[in-house]
Each structure stands twice: as C-alpha cells, then as structure tokens.
Design a protein around this ligand. Structure first.
Ligand code: FAD
Length: 309
C-alpha cells in the first residue's frame, strides 16, 4: 500500500489541488504504515491510469451502472474516478465526451449513460452552490436548523470515526475510509444519516472528518452532500428520511461481503446475522450498538418537529 500511495502522491499533477492531496497522502502513509489492504485494487495514479479506468468502466460496468451503483458489495459497480477528478488527472469534459461517444456507438447504453452523466452533474451543481454560498461548509442553508439542539457527545463521535458503533455497515464504511481514503457512495449516505440523525450530531463534524480523510475530498462536493444528507441544504433530502443502517445493509450488501472485508471480526457470521451481530449467540470481539435505532430515530424527529418554522 505504501508504495502505491507514494506513487499516487508522486505522480499527481503539480497543481495547488494536488499539492494539498500529496500532503494528505503523506499524512496517511505515516498513519497507516504497512498495514494491508491497499487502495482499492487496480487503483494506480496518473493520467494514463485515469483514462484506462474510464475505459474499463465503459467496457465492463456502464451497462449495469443503474442497478449496480448502489451495491456496496460491487467494488467496480461505479467508475472510481473521483480521486482522479479531484487531482486533475482527468477532466469531467473528457469523461462526458467518452461516455457520449460510447453511447453513440452502442445505443443500448443510453439509459445508464444518462444516469451516470446526471451523477457527474451533481459535481458541478455543488460548485455552483459554492460559488453562490461560499460558506457552504459551515452554514446551514436552511436557517431553521440553527436551532437544532445537536448533541456534542465525544464518545459517540469517536465511535463513528473509528468504525466502532456496533452497526456493521456503518463500521465497514468508516473503516474503509480510514484504511483507503475512499468509501462507496451509498455507504457515505448511510454513515452521514446515522451521524446526523441517529446520533443527532452536527453535520459539520462529519464534513470535517470526511474532508480530512477522503482522497477525493472536495470542498464543494463534500459540503453539499453533507448538507443534503442532513436536510439542511438546497433541495436536500428531508430530515424525516432517516436511513435504517440494518435495512440498508440487508438491501445493498445482502450476503455481507462488504462487511466481511472491512469488519473481519464478523466474517464467520451467517448472511442474516451479519447485519445484526447483537443477535448472535457467538462471543464476538465487536461492540454492542451505541444507540437504540428506534429511540435515536424518535429523538431526531421530535427535535426536528420543535424547530421554529
Ligand atoms: C456525505 C458525502 C460526502 C461526499 N464527499 C465527496 C467528496 O468530498 N468528493 C467527491 O468527489 N465526492 C463526494 N461524495 C459523492 C460521491 O460519494 C462520490 O463522488 C462517489 O462515491 C465517487 O465514486 P465514483 O467516482 O466511483 O462515482 P460514480 O458513481 O462513478 O460517479 C462519477 C462521478 O460523478 C460525481 N458524483 C457522483 N456522485 C456524486 C454526488 N453525490 N455529488 C457530487 N458528485 C458526484 C463524482 O465526480 C464521481 O466521480 C460524497 C457523498 C456523500 C454522501
């Protein structure tokens, strides 16, 4: 891993953005030492690698993008282009034209291509938001949330950051982030909902943690997505949409493959119990849930109802 991270850091284009990313990579190298596993397999740095990645995605995964993009257990269900975009090794225009070209050659790719380009559009939407509201990463865009009585529970926040919440999908995501600097989009949505709603923790704590950890950390995209997930942003998911981390896990990682990769202490559990390890009769070296999901949900809804309208 160290060699691959060092390669990524060394070859990133010499821009202000990549200088920043190089610093983060050095910090990461220092922190992870020689621990396996590496960055997601097949993830090498450079413009050539970025374009090879794009073409591999078009050849092998674009056709199934709509059905696979939400699957946490499909490591190549999405393009994995975000770090390359972030350091300038590929541009969104190059991606756009390559996808349009593929669609032109294979009309059956039209529907998944539209979906993919729509996702790419979110990136520019984020930068448009940052342009009009430069304090996107610090201010609730919906002012009523200034009255939300966020909890400041250091132990809960640390458990979330370290992947020790007792909820397997949340912990798998947070550990993937810590080990590789990347996390699957569906899982990002789940861990963000869990932090802000079940733990009633200010979304800015999550935004800061992600920004410090992600290889693709992007000032506008990260802030917009946190505001979206917390219901505080423009056209955001409503606050009452609270993901159940167990239901999400059963739906998007049904056989527990993703969980087994990142939470190895649960690897021996069967496909059902792996989503609810507290029901297992085995002695596990794994924490009990830090929050009662029903009570956490009710607390989030009650506090939201009491906000001034
Ligand atoms: C809480 C949270 C924080 C996030 N922080 C970041 C971040 O700092 N940097 C970042 O690049 N992405 C961020 N995302 C968006 C998304 O998770 C990643 O862009 C995606 O997982 C990258 O994987 P991919 O390249 O395989 O995506 P694909 O599904 O292949 O998408 C292709 C490209 O479209 C863009 N894209 C996809 N989804 C989004 C989205 N929701 N918002 C904006 N652009 C998107 C990205 O540039 C991505 O590389 C965040 C999402 C959440 C829920």
């Amino acid at each position: 891993m160290v060699a691959r991270c060092a390669e990524f850091a060394r070859t990133a284009a010499p821009t202000a953005c990549s200088r920043y990313t190089r610093q983060k990579l050095c910090a990461r190298l220092h922190r992870v030492g020689t621990q396996p596993p590496a960055l997601p397999s097949g993830w090498t740095s450079g413009e050539k690698a970025a374009h090879a990645n794009l073409h591999r995605f078009i050849e092998n995964a674009l056709a199934d993008y709509e059905t696979q993009r939400d699957r946490a257990d499909a490591p190549h269900g999405t393009s994995l282009l975000s770090p390359y975009i972030r350091v300038g090794q590929i541009s969104v225009r190059q991606i756009w034209h390559a996808i349009r070209h593929a669609e032109h050659q294979n009309p059956h790719l039209a529907t998944p291509a539209e979906k993919f380009l729509a996702e790419l559009g979110w990136r520019d939407f984020a930068w448009m938001q940052m342009f009009t509201t430069p304090d996107l990463a610090t201010r609730n865009l919906r002012a009523e949330f200034d009255h939300m009585p966020w909890r400041a529970d250091a132990a809960d926040l640390a458990a979330w950051q370290q992947g020790q919440t007792g909820f397997p999908l949340v912990d798998a995501g947070m550990r993937q982030l810590a080990r590789t600097g990347w996390m699957h989009n569906r899982v990002r949505m789940v861990v963000a909902s869990f932090l802000t709603k079940h733990l009633l923790t200010d979304w800015r704590e999550g935004e800061r943690w992600f920004y410090a950890q992600l290889l693709d950390a992007d000032a506008a995209v990260n802030a917009m997505n946190w505001q979206w997930g917390a219901g505080t942003g423009i056209d955001a998911a409503p606050w009452f949409r609270i993901f159940n981390p167990v239901g999400q896990s059963e739906k998007y990682d049904p056989a527990g493959q993703y969980i087994r990769t990142w939470v190895p202490e649960l690897a021996a559990l069967d496909n059902k119990t792996i989503h609810t390890p507290w029901k297992s009769t085995q002695r596990l070296k794994y924490p009990a849930p830090i929050v009662d999901l029903k009570l956490g949900r009710l607390r989030a809804l009650e506090n939201w109802k009491n906000l001034p309208k």
